[in-house]
Design a protein around this ligand. Structure first.
Ligand SMILES: [Mg+2]
Length: 370
């Protein structure tokens, strides 16, 4: 496959709801969308880096610059045998996994479309639908939280994850647990606590949560292991796991007993599969995280979550929760807590030109040697 051209869009899309986590409030997404072209086919991927480095270190402006100046020039005009082969061309540059993932994921879509097969088949997926839950941001009140949890449970979602932060933790979890004694619940702190807060997590042990996600610093595996030794509830790392190597360190230290995989956070589909395989070898389940993706990133996530060790419900809930009008034509809607894998070649979705035009802030086209 020869990579003949690329288009890079910057989009601004209003979210349907106000999403509050321990690091702030989000009401829109500004994101990069990449189209790779070759041999009559196109492949798509989106960037999950944010304008400010709130989740990990990468930023939208930094990623755009790196893509245009270094990552895309390394693949444009070149021939590659496979998406893994293409990814090797980016290896000399360190870090910047989300930016590299855009190129790698678009290449997987491109190769799958060129072969006329759905992406999940190339990845080794084994299911046609994936179990999903909901990630619920911090709400204005406990009452509102209970109401929303009830609504999503009624819609069939298979796990409700509550975002927590200091001052919004034990009381809200206790109230939700009392309202829904048997609901599968988890919490996500996005690194808002320190090990010295361990008593908060010992208290949360009483509410039989499925897991506690990323309570401590995003680079600190040692303290997560110390916290895990003091509580019963499994810890689940998200921000901390950026590669197979960090996953191995976390698993060997017993710093995580569940892993949230985000394909872009670890640099693409091939590395996400390595993390999946390693966790499986450790007997540790994984699930697919979310970054408020458009239909492009959501479709990639659904295909990736068809691998056998994605046994826990992921965050890939219905696109209509997030967007009035998505950038793809196909609705990605869960039914009864199951998200069907989009049919058709590649990631199985097509871009909606009207939506693209509405949301585009900036567009650039790159060709070999230009
Ligand atoms: Mg998380």
């Amino acid at each position: 496959m020869r990579i003949e051209a690329a288009e890079l869009y910057t989009l601004r899309m209003p979210l349907k709801f106000r999403f509050e986590t321990s690091f702030g409030v989000q009401t829109e997404r500004v994101l990069l969308l990449l189209v790779l072209k070759g041999e009559g086919a196109e492949g798509y991927a989106e960037g999950v880096m944010t304008p400010l480095p709130l989740f990990r270190e990468e930023t939208l402006a930094g990623a755009k610059e790196l893509l245009e100046s270094a990552l895309l020039p390394r693949v444009l005009g070149k021939r590659f045998l496979s998406p893994e082969d293409l990814r090797l061309a980016l290896d000399a540059l360190r870090g910047n996994r989300m930016a590299k993932a855009m190129v790698e994921m678009a290449a997987w879509d491109l190769f799958a479309r060129a072969q006329g097969v759905p992406l999940y088949q190339l990845l080794g997926g084994v299911r046609k639908e994936v179990p999903v839950g909901v990630s619920l941001g911090i709400q204005e009140s406990v009452e509102k939280t209970i109401e929303l949890v009830g609504r999503y449970l009624d819609e069939g979602y298979r796990r409700i994850k509550l975002k927590i932060k200091p001052g919004w933790d034990v009381a809200v979890v206790q109230a939700v647990r009392e309202a829904y004694p048997d609901a599968p619940l988890s919490v996500d702190a996005n690194s808002a606590y320190r090990l010295s807060d361990y008593r908060v997590f010992q208290t949360l042990d009483d509410f039989h949560l499925e897991y506690i996600e990323q309570p401590l610093h995003y680079e600190d595996l040692a303290d997560h292991a110390k916290l895990q030794a003091r509580i019963q509830t499994p810890l689940c790392l998200d921000e901390s796991i950026v590669s197979k190597e960090t996953a191995r360190a976390a698993l060997e230290a017993d710093a995580t007993r569940v892993i949230n995989v985000k394909v872009a956070r670890v640099g693409g589909h091939a590395e996400a599969r390595r993390v999946h395989d390693l966790a499986w070898a450790f007997g540790i389940p994984v699930w697919m995280g979310g970054m408020l993706e458009t239909g492009v990133g959501r479709a990639h996530a659904i295909h990736a979550a068809t691998l056998p060790n994605y046994t826990l419900p992921g965050d890939t809930s219905s696109a209509s929760r997030y967007w009035e009008v998505d950038v793809v034509n196909e609705p990605l809607e869960a039914k009864g807590g199951l998200m069907p894998v989009p049919e058709g070649p590649g990631i199985g979705v097509t871009l909606n030109p009207d939506a693209l035009e509405r949301y585009t802030l900036d567009r650039s086209e790159l060709r070999p040697g230009v």
